[in-house]
Design a protein around this ligand. Structure first.
Ligand code: ATP
Length: 218
């Protein structure tokens, strides 16, 4: 799918191997050459224990520095305040012509899609690829179900037929790693080694992110 653009959004607070493995597999399954990791801008009520968008962006850049198959899209981090995915996709669309855009999201995010700002217009802007675990449950509200109906396609190449509007399920490995757990470990002075890239751990230590005040062992 040389023509299509994949967009893997997240908070990446911090990025970890769960994200990176899922991104790698999604890129492979979709056969994408243009695959972008897109960190969210800073939400308005962000807890002080979490990293700024500039730190999250820097960690992500460190994590994929050696992997040219991934690029980092910093447009939400460059914007002031809250960014909505619809605005971000509209921005990407304005530079992409009629190339298919594929927004890649996890099953949990997909289940809550109808709580996103102007969520119906997401389908006009992009295709949606939902990363599923073998045991993950679809739980769609009636409104979401009505939107999804008729959009589901079985194969990745079907997303090439139009710029937006279809939904594809992707089976990717979901490692039991979360940013929340990593932040808690660091705060508690426990090691997060092997849950995320060493370069990201080094960055966290150098910048004393997520840290509650106790000396920590690597
Ligand atoms: P937090 O614990 O802070 O909520 P998170 O680890 O869930 O963060 P996000 O940045 O919110 O990470 O996730 C970005 C995207 O990566 C989402 O689509 C999410 O479904 C997916 N993702 C997160 N963790 C994993 C994982 N372990 N395996 C596969 N996909 C993941």
């Amino acid at each position: 799918m040389a023509r299509a653009i994949g967009i893997f959004g997240g908070t990446f607070d911090p990025v970890h191997f769960g994200h990176l493995r899922a991104a790698l597999e999604a890129r492979e399954l979709l056969g994408l050459q243009d695959f972008r990791l897109l960190p969210s801008g800073t939400p308005p009520h962000r807890s002080v224990t979490m990293a700024s968008s500039q730190h999250r962006l820097a960690m992500l850049r460190q994590a994929v520095a050696a992997y040219p198959e991934f690029s980092v899209d910093d447009r939400e981090c460059r914007r002031e305040g809250r960014s909505f995915m619809t605005d971000t996709l509209a921005d990407i669309r304005s530079g992409a012509g009629d190339k298919p855009l594929i927004l890649i999201i996890g099953q949990d995010a997909a289940n809550g899609l109808d709580r996103w700002h102007e969520w119906q217009s997401l389908f006009e802007l992009a295709h949606i690829a939902i990363m599923r675990r073998p045991d993950s449950q679809t739980s769609w509200s009636p409104a979401l179900q009505a939107q999804m109906k008729g959009r589901l396609v079985a194969r990745a190449h079907e997303l090439l037929k139009q710029p937006a509007g279809s939904v594809l399920n992707l089976q990717v490995t979901q490692l039991a790693i979360s940013s929340t757990d990593i932040r808690q470990r660091i705060k508690d002075g426990r090691s997060a080694r092997f849950l995320l890239p060493d370069a990201v751990i080094d960055y966290i230590e150098q910048n004393r992110l997520y840290f509650a005040g106790q000396p920590r062992k690597g």
